[in-house]
Design a protein around this ligand. Structure first.
Ligand code: UDP
Length: 453
């Protein structure tokens, strides 16, 4: 494995000598793409190559349209709005403005990798600069429905022109795209990042207390320190915004889901399943955590979805409501946010990912890496990660009873839960870590750049 990785680095250096490898997406924080870029760009630069990460800007109309595309690519109607000529014109205007800014900075030998639907419209203008342009979809659906096809039709005129496209699974390739230009690259997690690095038991507690996620009488938390992505030492200083009746005690059995506030993550479904179908003597609690809704620029629906969850919470009977906690995690400092998520995932006895659609679902791999048993929907990329009954549980997203039953079973049998968590960790180690991913990026660059110039 080490020799393979050394080869990756050597070949990567050769390919990227005197070039810049540009990566473009639409947000610097919140969501899986930003999470992966932060680490992979770091490793690429660390190995002596020049990689740059740029985020595009857009107005609210643009992000409304791209959120619509995102939802439809997942097979869901989203806001139900149109994807017609007016939307295309607005989409292209914003993409072309962003492409124009980039075109001025690109040099002829560079290479560009664009991520997700927000950037696809930049392909034609960037190709005019003469550099290879690759496009990666982090979203995918298998089998597709008519809504997904509608989004494909909107995007294909741009995407088909790219030199190569990347999907997370072979089955995600769109009808109408050339299979010869496709490469399959599953996502990965970075085990050295603040999100996933090992944490001592005492650090987990200190971080949770400092962030307000564990009951505590202290004001200062000198032990809530962690290593940042750049290697320096950070300290958790910000508190989560919590909607709860009383603080969460550390000893209480906990089911947790950490996700953006998005209907496709089905926070209301988790809540309903917990309330109606999690049966356990020892009164487990539920924590739904996500980014502070004021912070994620490319997601106009976050605030609305959180408001729905909060409304559902306030309507719960008091004896149940006191066992449900909603947390908005601080986003100003991405390393601090990451270590809080890390501690939360480690704190949870069972982790949920009850999504209705999921291209991959990094949160699943993150929890598995931490040895947690995950109960998740058996859809999309989650099926690549969890083998039902062995490295987690898969349930039909509509079957709230089955979801509650699996959660209850794990809460009631800590030994089985631990065994499942250990198997989950091994699976992530074998399939979903950074070196494999970087190796595939080198292959991708190899395919569009050919022998070094
Ligand atoms: N995440 C985070 N803070 C939050 C909520 C989510 O850092 O408050 C991270 C989460 O840990 C994961 C990523 O955002 O790394 C979500 O990726 P995933 O593939 O699960 O879903 P996406 O948001 O891309 O649909």
């Amino acid at each position: 494995a080490l020799a393979g990785f050394e080869h990756t680095i050597a070949r990567g250096r050769e390919l990227l000598e005197s070039r810049t490898f540009w990566n473009v997406n639409s947000t610097a924080q919140g969501g899986g793409v930003a999470e992966m870029l932060r680490s992979l760009i770091g490793y690429t630069r660390g190995s002596g190559c020049d990689a740059l990460w740029v985020t595009i800007t857009g107005d609210s109309e643009f992000f409304r349209i791209t959120k619509r595309l995102h939802n439809r690519l997942h097979g869901h109607a989203g806001d139900g709005g149109l994807l017609g000529e007016a939307e295309r014109a607005a989409y292209e205007r914003c993409c072309e403005d962003n492409a124009e800014l980039m075109a001025a900075r690109i040099r002829p030998a560079d290479a560009v990798l664009l991520h997700d639907p927000q950037t696809a419209g930049m392909i034609p203008r960037l190709l005019e600069t003469g550099v290879p342009v690759m496009w990666r979809a982090h979203v995918g659906i298998d089998p597709p429905n008519e809504l997904a096809r509608e989004a494909w039709r909107f995007l294909i005129p741009y995407v088909e022109r790219a030199n190569a496209y990347v999907f997370s699974q072979p089955a995600y390739l769109w009808e109408g795209l050339d299979p010869a230009k496709m490469m399959v690259i599953p996502p990965s997690i970075d085990v050295f990042s603040p999100k996933n690095h090992a944490m001592a038991f005492t650090s987990v507690i200190a971080v949770l207390r400092a962030a307000g996620l564990a009951a505590d009488r202290h004001r200062d938390h000198p032990r809530a320190v962690f290593e940042r992505l750049d290697g320096t030492v950070g300290r958790v200083k910000s508190k989560a915004r919590l909607i709860e009746e009383e603080q969460l005690w550390l000893g209480v059995p906990l089911l947790a889901q950490v996700s953006r506030w998005d209907r496709l993550k089905d926070p209301l479904g988790v809540l309903a399943a917990f309330v109606e179908h999690v049966r356990s003597e020892d009164e487990p609690h539920l924590l739904l955590a996500g980014p502070d809704v004021r912070a994620v620029a490319d997601d106009p629906e976050g605030e609305e979805v959180f408001a729905e969850v909060e409304a559902a919470w306030s309507e719960l009977p008091r004896r149940v409501r006191r066992r449900v906690h909603l947390a908005l995690l601080p986003m100003e400092d991405s390393d601090e946010n990451a270590v809080i998520v890390n501690a939360l995932q480690r704190r949870a006895d069972v982790v949920a990912q009850k999504s209705l659609a999921e291209g991959f679902g990094l949160t699943v791999a993150e929890a598995m890496w931490k040895g947690r048993p995950v109960v998740a929907s058996g859809i999309g990329g989650i099926r690549e990660q969890i083998e039902d009954g062995r490295t987690g549980f898969l349930v039909d997203p509509d079957d709230l009873r089955a979801f509650g039953e699996r959660v209850s079973r794990l809460l009631g049998d800590p030994h089985a839960a631990e065994r499942m968590g250990a198997a989950a960790q091994t699976r992530v180690r074998d399939l979903f870590l950074g070196p494999r991913h970087l190796g595939q990026y080198v292959e991708l660059l190899d395919s569009v750049l050919g022998p070094p110039v």
